[in-house]
Design a protein around this ligand. Structure first.
Ligand code: GAR
Length: 201
């Protein structure tokens, strides 16, 4: 069984959705460890309630290289095959990324390359886009910029608020993250430049 390491900073709804996909047999993997860089992250509580190994590893005030080396050590000790960022709100160092080549995924609440960075749903809403969505991508050393694995789009409705839009995007996140993880674990793809191309069957 392929082993996932989940990194988070906050709420943990994507972690819960991944765990649910596994429980329902839609995702053939197991969660080896959940690491939170904030001890108070509600996502760690969710991990504990699901009897997952939950590790609080506060990052505040710690040098990035040093912290990321500890993070990589914890993930390697847990023998993870794939690292999944699920609301992990901290940039990863080059050293960390090189330790897990093409084995780090992130979910971002916009149709990248539009609206990278913080508060992507608010950025999209305030910009007045008619189509919004979310993206699962490989992580490289740039912010929200690595090769795209999967996207989902939704139409912005006239009655949407920032909150309803964010909530509808989140529903799509919960659906496509597990699909993208399974796709990457299956390994039936090749890279063409930065394009992730499904291999023919
Ligand atoms: C999600 O909307 C995720 O896409 C976003 O943080 C939220 C975490 O929610 N991530 C980013 O913005 C990364 N740039 P969750 O803790 O409930 O999964």
């Amino acid at each position: 069984m392929k082993r996932l390491g989940i990194l988070l900073s906050g709420r943990g709804s994507n972690l819960a959705a991944i765990a649910e996909s596994i429980a329902q047999g839609r995702l053939r993997a197991e969660i080896a460890v959940v690491i939170g860089n904030r001890a108070s992250a509600p996502g760690l509580e969710i991990a504990r309630s699901l009897n997952l190994r939950a590790v609080a590893m506060p990052s505040q005030g710690i040098d990035r290289e040093e912290y990321d080396a500890r993070l990589a050590g914890e993930l390697q000790a847990s023998h993870v095959d794939l690292v999944c960022l699920a609301g992990y709100m901290r940039l990863l160092s080059g050293g960390f990324i090189r330790a897990f080549p093409q084995r780090i995924l992130n979910i971002h609440p916009s149709l990248l390359p539009a609206f990278p960075g913080l508060d992507a749903q608010r950025q999209a809403f305030d910009h007045g886009v008619k189509i919004a969505g979310c993206t699962v991508h490989f992580v490289d050393e740039r912010l929200d910029a690595g090769p795209i694995v999967r996207q989902a789009s939704i139409e912005v409705q006239g009655h949407d608020t920032r909150e309803t839009l964010a909530s509808r995007i989140l529903d799509q996140e919960h659906r496509i993250y597990s699909e993208a993880i399974q796709f990457v674990l299956d390994g039936n793809f090749e890279m063409d430049g930065r394009r992730v191309v499904c291999k023919s069957l």
